[in-house]
Design a protein around this ligand. Structure first.
Ligand code: SME
Length: 163
């Protein structure tokens, strides 16, 4: 049994499916990027165990700039190709890092972070919006089910983004 905040879920997948429904409800009818990004971060940060940072880095046309998030204050600007976030943005591939200490170029905003998953956010026309980054103080916190779950959540988030 996979338990989250005393709520029993048959599996991690079932928990992500539930979160996807919650995100749909939370973002329904609202198109403000900042409002939706802030609520999305808060919901996920408070729903997943062993997470110390969850938030957005938004692409300003040159580099990634920190956006709405939950957790400790973070690095503000990250160049494309730098760190886990910059790598996800440049490659447009989700980065699942089981041990950040083993990722060359990892940017340690919070020394407590040990593992992370970063999903690139690309608009329908192919323009980069930014990345979604979740950090954990536990090594090996995220697996392929988390990657899949985060990608589904981000797909719902991107449906709320205009243009
Ligand atoms: N660790 C990230 C930087 C962002 S913070 O973790 C919030 C990276 O290497 O890109």
């Amino acid at each position: 049994m996979f338990e989250v905040k005393s709520q029993p879920y048959a599996s991690k997948r079932e928990h992500y499916d539930d979160l996807v429904q919650q995100v749909r409800g939370l973002l329904a009818g609202e198109s403000s990027l900042i409002a939706n990004a802030a609520n999305f971060s808060a919901l996920i940060y408070h729903s997943l165990p062993d997470v110390n940072w969850a938030g957005f880095y938004l692409y300003d046309g040159t580099e990634l700039v920190v956006g709405p998030f939950q957790g400790k204050p973070a690095c503000i600007r990250i160049a494309l190709g730098r760190g886990v976030c910059g790598t996800a943005a440049q490659s447009r591939q989700t980065q699942l890092v089981r041990d950040v200490n083993a990722f060359e170029g990892h940017i340690a905003c919070d020394a407590a972070s040990q593992s992370e998953v970063v999903v690139p956010l690309v608009k329908a026309g192919g323009t980069l919006l930014g990345v979604w980054d979740v950090d954990s103080p536990v090594i090996d916190r995220f697996d392929d089910e988390d990657r899949e779950g985060m990608e589904k959540l981000c797909a719902v988030f991107m449906e709320s983004v205009r243009g």
